[in-house]
Design a protein around this ligand. Structure first.
Ligand code: UDP
Length: 437
């Protein structure tokens, strides 16, 4: 059996007044056609990164709209996740190649996961496979009645050929693929039906829900932040592509000009990311002895509420990535009105268009300059945050992502009609709540 993630319940009606009405109305119309459809989302882990953040909200919202959705996890030991991390890095262009031993290990674990998937297939109409870790399962399983979708969240625009040659033949088993940006579509993708849409954040999750100011301050003091001093934060897995050491260097350039300035580097350490521990140790070594730099992790209890408070109360948030899929953390901070200095890579520019949300940078020097500028010009910082918040509202909140998903499912169900199903009625109370505004 694959593990099922218990996601609880969410109500789309709760987004009325937060997300744009037009998106909510369209969702109700579209979901009528898909009611009763069975859908599985398959991923590698239930916490510690953008995919789990998204599925925790998306899956229960499918259910609220009358579809039947589950979120399941593949199994794998540390050695398997070492290989999948190398594949992840290789697909984003990192050098190296997979050894025959690594390939065999990856395929052997994937075969076992494919058997588990077949055993508890439950007749899914749609199977969304997230990211490279479970990507070969469409080809290895025999569930041909399902419509298979590969949702690739990373930047595969220039994959290292040796990794791409390995994965590429397995992808032809999919009916469709989804990428965050047009540019991310890899060369010679063996699929015709390719869609492009970005992820989104949940404005109602504990990570993004507005915190009362006093509570936010209390939470920050609790984890050692001095709330009367200026604060810059980066939140992200300890991953070289997120360049935490580059952030430290940029901060060190600014510090002589803003002597009180604190830096918070927050990173979760996840099971499918063994390399994270190495990067964490490097960051600890580079910042040891500096009491104004706070290196914080999920292991010392820094979770959603703490991240929320940090993103809301920082003077500036940084996301100085060198490669990035989307970078949910950018929209998360901007949604709280905090300006972001982001690396000009992947999905970050999509979230920070001209004069909106923050500033884009290419180097440590530019990052330091931008930091100093926004710390010295709080009015500019405030305006960037304010404009950014409205932009996020229109483009990067969960109902928009749900709408893109349902459009894709509808498109696939039109191409190959679903078998007749018992209709699961959407609660009249909910429908009335949505229609009533
Ligand atoms: N995150 C978190 N704590 C951490 C690090 C990350 O809660 O210590 C969350 C972050 O708030 C965001 C997600 O994990 O919701 C990371 O998504 P993103 O798209 O930025 O990056 P990914 O990890 O998917 O590359």
């Amino acid at each position: 059996m694959l593990d099922v993630v218990d996601v609880g319940k969410r109500s789309l009606a709760a987004y009325r007044g937060v997300a744009p009405d037009a998106q909510l109305d369209e969702l109700l119309r579209l979901s009528d056609r898909l009611r009763g459809a069975r859908c599985m989302h398959l991923s590698a882990t239930s916490y510690g990164g953008g995919v789990s953040e998204i599925l925790r909200t998306l899956v229960p919202l499918y259910n609220d709209l009358g579809l039947n959705a589950d979120w399941k996890l593949i199994h794998g030991d540390e050695a398997f996740f070492q290989v999948t991390k190398r594949i992840h890095n290789g697909l984003q262009g990192a050098p190296g190649e997979l050894s025959e031993t690594e390939k065999s290990l990856y395929l052997a674990t994937s075969h076992r996961n494919a058997s588990r998937l077949i055993n508890d297939s439950e007749d899914y109409d749609f199977i969304f496979v997230h990211d490279p870790q479970p990507a070969v399962l469409a080809a290895l399983s025999s569930l041909r009645d399902s419509r298979w979708i590969w949702r690739c969240h990373i930047d595969t625009s220039h994959p290292n050929p040796s990794f791409w040659e390995f994965l590429h033949p397995y992808l032809s088993a999919y009916d469709a693929a989804v990428f965050t940006l047009q540019d991310f579509i890899p060369p010679r993708l063996p699929l015709q039906d390719v869609h492009v849409y970005p992820p989104a954040i949940d404005p109602l999750s504990p990570k993004n829900y507005p915190l009362p100011e006093e509570l936010a301050r209390h939470v920050l003091e609790w984890i050692g932040i001095r709330t009367h001093r200026p604060l810059v934060t980066q939140v992200g897995r300890f991953d070289r592509w997120k360049d935490p050491l580059g952030v430290v260097h940029a901060y060190q350039r600014v510090r002589p000009h803003v002597p009180d300035l604190q830096l918070a580097l927050v990173g979760s350490l996840a099971l499918d990311d063994p390399e994270g521990w190495e990067v964490y140790e490097e960051v600890r070594a580079a910042t040891a002895g500096d009491s104004l730099i706070h290196v914080l992790t999920n292991l010392v209890g820094v979770g959603n509420i703490e991240v929320n408070a940090l993103q809301a109360r920082s003077d500036v948030v940084v996301q100085k990535s060198l490669r990035e899929g989307f970078g949910l953390v950018v929209s998360e901070a901007v949604w709280k009105g905090t300006p972001v200095i982001g690396g000009r890579v992947g999905g970050i520019p999509l979230q920070l268009p001209d004069d909106t949300g923050g500033l884009l940078v290419d180097t440590e020097e530019e990052c330091a300059e931008a930091l100093l500028r926004l710390l010295r010009q709080p009015e500019e910082a405030r305006l960037l945050g304010e404009r950014g918040r409205e932009y996020v509202r229109q483009n990067f909140l969960m109902p928009r992502l749900l709408l893109d998903h349902l459009r894709l499912l509808d498109h696939l169900a039109t191409a190959r009609p679903l078998p007749p199903r018992d209709i699961v009625p959407v609660s009249l109370v909910q429908a009335a709540g949505l229609a009533g505004g």
